[in-house]
Design a protein around this ligand. Structure first.
Ligand SMILES: [Zn+2]
Length: 144
C-alpha cells in the first residue's frame, strides 16, 4: 500500500534512507521574509536549527492551532498548524487515505537540511497548510 503513514518509527524519527530521496521535490520550496522588526521569532528544526517558519505563520484549523492526531498504526502526534513553511521538501504524491483533516490530502514533509520527518502538508482544492510535529520544533528566543 502506497501510504506513508505506514512508515515505521525508525524512518519517521531518524534520517530517511536513500531509497526515499527520489521523492524529494526542490520546486516545493517556499521562502519566508526575515523581516526587520525582530518581534517575530523563528521556529526552527530541533535537529539542525534550519529556519522553518515564524510565529506569525501560526494558524488555527477547525478552531485550534494544536492537534493530537493518531494514525491507523496507533502512532500519536502532537502537531501544530502553520500557513507557510520554508526549507522543507515534500515527499511523494498527495494522499487522501486516513486524512486527519476532512477535505484535505496530505503529503509527508521533511527538513530540507537534515531530512528528518517534520510533519505533513495538507492540501484541499482551495487551501493548504502545514501540520508540523511539535517535538521537531524549537521556538527561538527574541533576545537577539
Ligand atoms: Zn533539520
Amino acid at each position: 500500500m502506497d501510504n506513508f503513514y505506514s512508515l515505521r518509527l525508525p524512518v519517521l524519527f531518524f534520517k530517511l534512507s536513500d531509497q526515499y530521496k527520489q521523492y524529494l521535490d526542490p520546486k516545493e520550496l517556499e521562502e519566508i521574509d526575515d523581516g526587520s522588526g525582530g518581534d517575530d521569532n523563528w521556529i526552527v528544526c530541533s535537529i539542525c536549527q534550519n529556519k522553518l517558519t515564524k510565529n506569525k505563520e501560526k494558524i488555527e484549523i477547525n478552531g485550534s492551532h494544536h492537534h493530537q492526531c493518531t494514525n491507523p498504526h496507533g502512532l500519536s502526534f502532537h502537531i501544530r498548524c502553520f500557513q507557510k513553511v520554508q526549507h522543507i521538501k515534500n515527499m511523494g504524491n498527495p494522499s487522501a487515505n486516513f486524512s486527519w483533516f476532512s477535505g484535505y490530502k496530505w503529503t509527508i514533509v521533511i527538513c530540507h537540511q537534515c531530512h528528518v520527518h517534520l510533519g505533513w502538508k495538507f492540501q484541499s482544492d482551495s487551501h493548504h497548510f502545514y501540520g508540523l510535529i511539535n517535538d521537531r520544533l524549537i521556538e527561538e528566543n527574541d533576545n537577539r
